[in-house]
Ligand binder design. Structure first.
Ligand SMILES: C[S@@+](CC[C@H](N)C(=O)[O-])C[C@H]1O[C@@H](n2cnc3c(N)ncnc32)[C@H](O)[C@@H]1O
Length: 273
């Protein structure tokens, strides 16, 4: 059977987004690992301490007897606050280094009800839990529907997937269209949610707001950011990108503000069992 449009688009974006090998030094997972390790606990705390309405939505529904599976838990941004409310949390991540940091963070907070499992979601068998949450961990999975169905098979009460939302008027979208011939530069909420709808998963959506817009202190920094998102190497398309940045970014004091930014959406649904 041919894949539906959005499911195929998601697969193509994952394959393009992580054109590097799935394993090894330069893989997407390894680069994440390095980034988080270098940002360390301070960054984790900063992110954790900001009010996150999506996290509030999930945690408000957790009771003291509930068990939660956190897919792609990294250093515990979700696992740690969830463990404070739940009976237990199973934190799964492909990268052992992430789980080392998670255990350290949990110890620092006196939390002893998190079990860690190192493994890839495509093959892991962590058992059934009341809730399964997967926040920003779907981007390495080419089959978004298979990824969601597996979440469903492991959840008794509800399934949660968090994905980033692309800005409809974003500069990265404009540049990606111009350079790669596809407005979507990477797997995201728009593509993932539509792929799930096509597969009959009619999830509810909680949208985070407001958007946290990116800003850079110079156009050169903005150029580097754009190239990182577009996965371009040195000197690739610099002129076209600079022209677009000059036209689209807004000068505010000593910063250049992007129309693009960070916004996430939570998709949630009840498993059919
Ligand atoms: C961007 S981080 C998100 C961390 C955390 N969930 C959050 O929202 O702050 C993605 C994490 O998911 C993990 N990950 C990505 N794909 C995975 C997979 N297929 N199986 C297990 N872990 C995965 C990565 O190793 C990384 O630690």
């Amino acid at each position: 059977m041919t894949e539906t449009y959005w499911k195929q688009t998601w697969r193509e974006l994952v394959e393009g987004f992580s054109a590097e090998p799935a394993q090894g030094e330069n893989s997407l997972l390894a680069r994440w690992g390095k980034k988080v390790k270098s940002a360390g606990y301070t960054e984790h705390r900063r992110k954790r301490d900001r009010d996150d309405p999506l996290m509030r939505f999930v945690i408000d529904r957790v009771g003291p007897e509930d068990t939660i599976l956190d897919v792609g838990a990294a250093i515990g941004r979700w696992s740690i606050p969830m463990a404070k409310k739940a009976r237990s949390v199973t934190a799964l991540d492909a990268l052992p280094g992430m789980l080392d940091l998670l255990r350290e963070n949990a110890r620092d907070e006196g939390i002893d009800n998190i079990q860690t499992i190192q493994g890839d979601w495509s093959t892991a068998e962590p058992g059934i839990h009341d809730y399964v949450l997967a926040s920003h961990s779907a981007y390495t999975s080419p089959d978004i529907v298979g990824y969601a169905r597996k979440i469903e098979r492991h959840a008794r009460k509800a399934c949660y997937i968090v994905l980033r939302v692309p800005m409809h008027d974003g500069v990265v979208g404009e540049l990606s269209d111009r350079i790669h011939g596809n407005w979507h530069d990477s797997p995201n909420f728009t593509v993932g949610y539509n792929a799930l709808l096509e597969a009959g998963i009619t999830g509810h959506v909680v949208m985070e707001e407001p958007v946290r817009h990116w800003s850079d202190t110079s156009l050169d920094d903005a150029l580097l950011r754009a190239k990182r998102h577009l996965r371009l190497s040195v000197d690739d398309h610099d002129e076209a990108i600079m022209e677009t940045l000059q036209r689209r970014l807004v000068r505010r004091g000593d910063e250049y503000r992007w129309p693009d930014g960070m916004q996430s959406a939570l998709i949630w649904w009840r498993p059919a069992n």
